[in-house]
Design a binder for this molecule. Structure first.
Ligand code: ADP
Ligand code: MG
Length: 727
């Protein structure tokens, strides 16, 4: 067991602030915050394995912090070295360096090749890969087409990124060229703090395989045949500052949230690992891709060093404190590194050994350099084929798993259907425990390969019931594919202020559930009872639905009856409406015939009025006049009535008005006639009374009264008729 080696590096100030009131002071392996006049600020002092001030070089850092890990990696130990800190604090400078001060990666690569060249009793195979984690997606920096790669784990290879291109290399220059080409594909962005700020975490991975020389044949797996396989990760993390500090929005903001999310998980993992062993219930490695890939390096089988870079400026004081707190916690993490030896074909070196020997034999006599180049090329080709094969195998495995899943689901469904149907047919379910009937579908799936069309044989019910229920228990933390929620300001403080997240509340990786006995609710008896109750409920519901249906049918019959009655009423009303529409026409005909009769009567009466000057003649003329007006009014009204649009109550009032006017005219005519008649008769009586005149006067009065009566009757009849017609 050994502790993670933690160092802090203070970069030189970029701008010398005049107004700063504090500064960071480095004394040996301590860093503390001091006031400008020199007195230390209490509680802001930290001690680490190493603290490097602004005057130190990458070479110093490599010598003191990383060299041992690199040498250990050559000896077969896993190793990881990563840089943590806010943007512009010097992470990339530390890892990649500059032309006159190469960084850790450059030095490590050189060192590896130097070291393996001096080790004469072992032969080595080195392969490198370069990836970035950008917005929680793993991209291959050696092959841009390899995007969104997945993390897998198996017994032989442990945790690995599937489909990641690996290049076999045999000298440092080759690695540098590859790194240069990979750098081009990296995600950078401009932030307030750094014009070329790395927005992704990058992992440069070196796999070192080695085998003792002259250890006999490769065909058998004797202990002397063991191959050491070690993995070295050199990690340049993205900036750990608060989002507000970078002053970014849009894409930069999204990146920032993902960066903080994975750094928060890294903080949580470190926090958990720094707890005592008893409290380490569950380490949330699977909550981010970064921690999942670095899992062996964090509290596992690896030698790890962390270089925490800080900026000395006063404006960065909060970020610096946060970084120092992270470093303090990381210091408490212990790892347990051991040499990794494998005897299986997982070691590429073993698989390629015979091939290389063969090639060497063939190329004997050629120029040594050309020979080495040829070997390297062939090795790389072979590696690519292997990676291809691995990819295909993984896809096949995925297919197989989904096929099995489908198969299991269909079986469960079949069993459930069978259970239900047997319950329905048996009623009490007792016979369901009898001999097991064979499903009509023949079992053929077990024999053939997994990609045949599935055929099933029903397994015993109890077994399937148990199996299906067991299979629902999640026994492993699922790998999170995406992070919908993101870290915010609070999260940042949680990372950097020593907050330990409540890991039980993390939904993405539920702790391993172990259940040795089936719960009561998956036993066959319980299921039988459950099905019975379900069946009874269904029957009850069926009865209710039938009743409801009958009720609806009755209501429908009633409705049809009412509808028929209404239809009859409507046809009657239609007929009446037809008659009413014909009424004005008939009325018009009657008025015309009345008019004819009236004119005939009047013409006959006028023939008796001798000279036309008598009162009778006057009366007749008046009546004739009134009659004409009356009839023409009538005709107009009727024609208006026929034309339905003009029909209105105005007609009625018009007729009444006429009626009134005519009555008054008639009355006044009669009064004037009576008066003139009386006067003339008195006059005639005093002069020469004539019986003939007396007769005429009597006759006239008689006819006048008849005519008036007749006229009033007609008038009354028409007025009342019109009223009914209109309303
Ligand atoms: P980060 O990767 O943390 O965002 P960089 O490594 O890109 O920061 O550093 C930001 C700037 O500071 C770069 O221009 C780099 O050259 C400079 N710098 C960082 N650390 C040092 C150092 N120790 N000495 C000299 N320059 C440095
Ligand atoms: Mg950087």
């Amino acid at each position: 067991m050994e502790k993670i080696c933690v160092a802090v590096r203070v970069r030189p100030p970029i701008c010398h602030e005049n107004s700063s009131s504090t500064f960071w002071r480095v004394d040996d392996n301590q860093i503390s915050l001091h006031k400008l006049h020199g007195s230390p600020i209490s509680c802001v002092s930290y001690a680490f394995d190493h603290v490097f001030d602004e005057n130190c070089s990458n070479s110093d850092i490599y010598e003191l912090l990383t060299k041992d890990i690199i040498h250990a990696a050559v000896d077969g130990f896993n190793g990881t070295s990563f840089a943590y800190g806010q943007t512009s604090s010097g992470k990339t400078f530390t890892m990649n360096g500059s032309s006159n001060d190469p960084g850790i990666i450059h030095r490590a690569v050189n060192d590896i090749f130097q070291k393996i060249n001096i080790i004469s009793d072992r032969e080595f195979l080195i392969r490198v890969s370069y990836m970035e984690i950008y917005n929680e997606e793993i991209n291959d920096l050696f092959a841009v087409e390899n995007q969104k790669l997945q993390i897998h784990e198996n017994l032989e290879r442990g945790i690995f990124v599937a489909g990641l291109r690996e290049e076999i290399v045999n000298n440092a220059e080759q690695v540098m060229k590859l790194l240069e080409s990979g750098e081009v594909n990296r995600h950078f962005g401009e932030t307030n703090m750094n014009a070329r700020s790395s927005r992704s975490h990058t992992i440069f991975r070196v796999v070192i395989e080695s085998k003792g020389k002259d250890t006999g044949s490769f065909g058998d797996y004797s202990s002397s045949d063991a191959i050491r396989v070690s993995v070295l990760n050199l990690v340049d993390l993205a900036g750990s500052e608060r989002i507000a500090k970078t002053g970014t929005g849009g894409v930069r903001l999204k990146e920032g949230k993902y960066i903080n999310k994975s750094l928060m998980v890294l903080g949580n993992v470190i926090n958990k690992l720094s707890d005592s062993a008893k409290q380490r219930a569950h380490i949330p490695y699977r909550d981010s891709k970064l921690t999942r890939i670095l899992q062996p390096a964090l509290g596992g089988n690896a030698k790890t060093s962390i270089i925490c870079t800080v900026a000395p400026e006063e404006i960065h004081i909060e970020e610096t404190k946060g970084t120092l707190l992270f470093a303090s916690r990381a210091k408490r993490v212990t790892n347990c590194a051991q040499v990794n030896e494998v005897l299986t074909d997982a070691a590429l070196l073993k698989r390629q050994k015979l091939e290389i020997e063969e090639l060497r034999r063939k190329l004997q006599g050629s120029h040594a350099e050309v020979l080495e180049q040829e070997i390297l090329k062939l090795r790389n080709d072979m590696l690519q084929y292997e990676l291809e094969r691995e990819k295909l195998e993984m896809e096949l495995e995925k297919e197989r798993r989904s096929h099995k899943e489908r198969d299991r689901y269909i079986r469960d469904q079949l069993m459930m259907i069978e259970n239900l149907s047997s319950l329905v047919s048996d009623g009490d379910g007792s016979s369901s425990q009898g001999s097991m009937k064979e499903s009509p579908i023949e079992e053929c799936n077990n024999r053939g390969d997994d990609f045949k069309t599935p055929c099933f044989r029903a397994a015993p019910k109890a077994f399937v019931a148990k199996r299906s229920n067991y299979s629902q228990l999640p026994d492993l933390s699922p790998l999170p594919d995406s992070f919908s929620d993101v870290a915010d300001e609070d999260t940042w403080f949680k990372i950097n202020k020593g907050y330990i997240a409540d890991l039980d509340s993390l939904q993405t990786t539920p702790a391993r559930k172990v259940q040795s006995f089936p719960p009561e609710d998956v036993t066959p008896n319980y299921l039988n009872k459950k099905y019975k109750t379900e069946l009874q409920n269904l029957k009850r519901r069926l009865e209710l639905v039938t009743e409801e249906k009958n009720e609806l049918q009755r209501k429908l019959a009633e409705d049809i009856e009412v509808k028929d009655r209404l239809k009859g009423d409507i046809s009657k009303l239609k007929q009446e409406a037809l008659l009413a529409r014909e009424m004005p026409q008939r009325l018009c005909d009657s008025v015309t015939s009345f008019k004819d009769t009236y004119e005939e009567v009047l013409s006959k009466m006028q023939r008796y009025t001798f000279d036309g000057k008598s009162s009778t003649a006057k009366l007749l003329r008046c009546i004739c006049e009134i009659g004409s007006i009356l009839f023409s009014t009538m005709e107009t009204s009727i024609s208006n009535t026929t034309d339905r649009h003009k029909l209105s109550s105005r007609n009625d009032s018009l007729i009444q008005e006429y009626n009134k006017m005519l009555s008054e005219k008639l009355k006044s005519t009669i009064t004037s006639l009576i008066l003139s008649e009386t006067a003339s008769s008195e006059d005639k009586q005093t002069k020469t009374p004539c019986s003939c005149n007396f007769e005429v006067a009597a006759w006239s009065r008689y006819h006048v009264s008849i005519l008036v009566l007749f006229f009033v009757m007609i008038l009354g009849y028409f007025v009342s008729f019109f009223r009914t017609l209109i309303f």
